[in-house]
Design a protein around this ligand. Structure first.
Ligand code: ZN
Ligand code: ZN
Length: 372
């Protein structure tokens, strides 16, 4: 079968022929890969800045935002049947008995660093026709989400982040219990600022809007861009960074209760901390490239963190329950804003176009590969 392979040693990206996987254990599921989303992580791997092939392989099959269809199940699999749709989980746990998170099925909080990630770290990804996987690492997708479920993985990042916000809000008991549970209804006028209007930013903004935040999206694209229009369609308010400097944001948003950073630009993340309000939360999901140290207003930031009870946290990957929540919420997004998710998908491309898509990002928000 054909697969899109990146070889860090040969510094090559090419479509290669690899053996088709077969079910070898009774607890395995064979899947035909339907769609794979491309993101910034794939581009970093394709530029050999990131990514490790599995042990014994000199290449890594790319792709970690997958949607697949079950074609065959092992004799001890009762959770799935041929024809079912599934999103395969990216991360698999490390082997260490002392890693509490992995032993408790939360490898997204792994403390050893020896986890593996499909399409990223020491395990082949989804840009190939078929794969086998254990049912524990598959999230079942309702047929109604067939057209948009390729967006599940990027939404799981927002779900995990938001799950932690819910726990943090436990410290604010004046939010009644019912309003702290899913979907969260924020009392009064809580305001969230999402930085970045790419797939991560837009999905994060939709999630926050669903939770009841008055949500602002701040990004480079002009107000007439598709990104901006989709943010508005999802009942968010769009602020173009071209027309509004960071210092002017505070006046526009008035008070910021939560920032969801989805660009990985450290200057903006730390610059925004000055404007975070009382009991504010700053969530970092973007990963910056390492550069030279930058000046930050450290005294003011630290004063605010203390005097305003603020919290800042980073979050990566997501657990099984975040996948289930992401799938449930994709369904709600589809009902509430039916044009937004389909419009985020810029096009569906063959395996042969991936190299070009990785090298030169064409216009549009999310590019999807159909490897079959
Ligand atoms: Zn990704
Ligand atoms: Zn671990």
């Amino acid at each position: 079968m054909r697969a899109l392979a990146v070889s860090p040693t040969k510094r090559s990206i090419e479509v290669i022929d690899i053996p088709e996987q077969k079910i070898e254990h009774d607890r395995e599921v064979k899947l035909r890969v339907l769609e794979v989303g491309i993101c910034g992580t794939d581009r970093e791997i394709a530029h050999f800045q990131y990514g490790n092939p599995p042990a014994g392989s000199d290449y890594l099959v790319l792709g970690h935002e997958g949607l697949a269809e079950v074609v065959e199940v092992g004799s001890a699999v009762s959770e799935f049947a041929p024809g079912d749709l599934a999103v395969p989980l990216v991360r698999h746990p490390c082997p260490h008995s002392w890693c509490g998170p992995c032993r408790m099925d939360r490898s997204d909080f792994c403390i050893s660093g020896d986890f593996i990630e499909r399409g990223i770290k020491e395990e082949h990804g989804f840009m190939r026709s078929y794969l086998t996987e254990r049912p524990e690492y598959l999230a079942k997708v309702p047929e109604t989400l067939r057209e948009v479920a390729v967006l599940t993985e990027p939404l799981t990042i927002a779900e995990k982040a938001f799950g932690q916000v819910r726990q943090v809000l436990e410290r604010l008991p004046w939010f009644p219990e019912a309003e702290r549970s899913q979907p969260l209804k924020i009392k009064g006028d809580s305001r969230a600022l999402v930085v970045g209007a790419g797939p991560m930013g837009l999905l994060g903004a939709m999630r926050l809007r669903l939770a009841g935040y008055r949500t602002f999206v701040y990004s480079l694209e002009p107000p007439e861009s598709l990104n901006a229009r989709l943010a508005v369609e999802a009942e968010c308010e769009y602020i173009s960074a071209k027309a509004c400097e960071l210092q002017q944001l505070e006046r526009k948003v008035e008070h910021i209760d939560l920032v969801y950073e989805a660009t990985g630009v450290s200057k903006i993340a730390f610059g925004l901390m000055k404007y975070l309000g009382e009991n504010g939360i700053l969530i970092l999901t973007g990963v910056p490239a390492l550069g030279k140290p930058i000046p930050v207003d450290a005294d003011l930031i630290m004063r605010n963190l203390v005097l305003r009870n603020q919290l800042i946290f980073g979050t990566v990957n997501a657990g099984r329950e975040d996948h289930e929540k992401a799938l449930a919420n994709l369904g709600i997004f589809q009902e509430r804003w039916p044009r937004v998710l389909p419009s985020m998908i810029a096009g569906r491309f063959s395996l042969d176009s991936v190299r070009e898509l990785l090298e030169r990002k064409p216009p549009g928000i999310k590019h999807v590969v159909q490897p079959g």
